[in-house]
Design a protein around this ligand. Structure first.
Ligand SMILES: C[S@@+](CC[C@H](N)C(=O)[O-])C[C@H]1O[C@@H](n2cnc3c(N)ncnc32)[C@H](O)[C@@H]1O
Length: 220
């Protein structure tokens, strides 16, 4: 999706993807990442104003979120009762408060230097927010950006192709392997089916859907 699409979503407050609390699969599966990366900095691409950023800080991580929308970045700190003045930082605007760092701007402009101390990545509703060609570019960018040994917790959504117009887009388990298999070791931690009675599936007219939870580790 082009930046104008997302700016309009934030402008019109059409943010059905935003959850009111930390994501269940994050809090359930984060402890399954390895101890070697336990206290390192976490990158959260396409982070919106998710509460997950606060949860990650409570787990002892410095956090680097990257988000296109300045409305999202401003709201994130305002809703946390924090006053933050943004400062220019290369291609981005930086919002910083304690262990929380948000770079406002295009994720594709994040460079290797800014990602040099990243040890973990958390992807919820980032890969699946992008159409197929952009997913390829996103996975390539992450693969070149991240230091060796970086671990990622990835949450995907899959549903029968063509049953709805994304975002969110369907990303199959096979696609995760195709996008990341060259650079990462991949382990599927969970496959969580939703039937047609599930609120999301019913509202979108899907015959069924499932979420996938993956642990990835960048090979040396
Ligand atoms: C579906 S939302 C998910 C937000 C968040 N991960 C969550 O779980 O609530 C996708 C977000 O990605 C942002 N976004 C889209 N393209 C981007 C890009 N190229 N760089 C940075 N952020 C982007 C959008 O503004 C939007 O907030």
């Amino acid at each position: 999706m082009e930046p104008t699409f997302w700016h309009a979503r934030w402008q019109n407050n059409e943010i059905g993807f935003h959850e009111g609390q930390a994501n269940t699969w994050l809090t359930t599966y984060w402890p399954q990442l390895s101890p070697e990366t336990q206290s390192g900095k976490v990158l959260v691409p396409l982070c919106g104003k998710t509460h997950d950023l606060h949860w990650l800080v409570t787990q002892g991580h410095p956090v680097l979120g990257v988000e296109l929308s300045e409305i999202a970045c401003q709201d994130f700190f305002k809703e946390a009762g924090l006053h933050v003045e943004p400062t220019p930082c290369d291609a981005h605007l930086r919002f910083q408060s304690g262990a929380l760092n948000l770079l406002c701007g295009d994720f594709f402009q994040l460079d290797r230097e800014s990602a040099a101390d990243i040890r973990r990545v958390y992807d919820r509703a980032a890969l699946i927010a992008l159409p197929p060609a952009m997913r390829e570019a996103y996975a390539r960018h992450l693969s070149t950006l991240l230091p060796d040994g970086t671990e990622m917790l990835l949450i995907t959504l899959d549903y029968p192709e063509g049953q709805m117009k994304g975002p969110p887009f369907n990303v199959s388990d096979a696609e995760v392997k195709r996008l990341y298999g060259d650079a990462f070791d991949i382990e599927q931690l969970a496959h969580i089916p939703m039937d047609e009675a599930n609120y999301f599936a019913r509202r979108r007219g899907l015959s069924g859907a499932s979420e996938g939870v993956f642990r990835l580790k960048k090979r040396s």
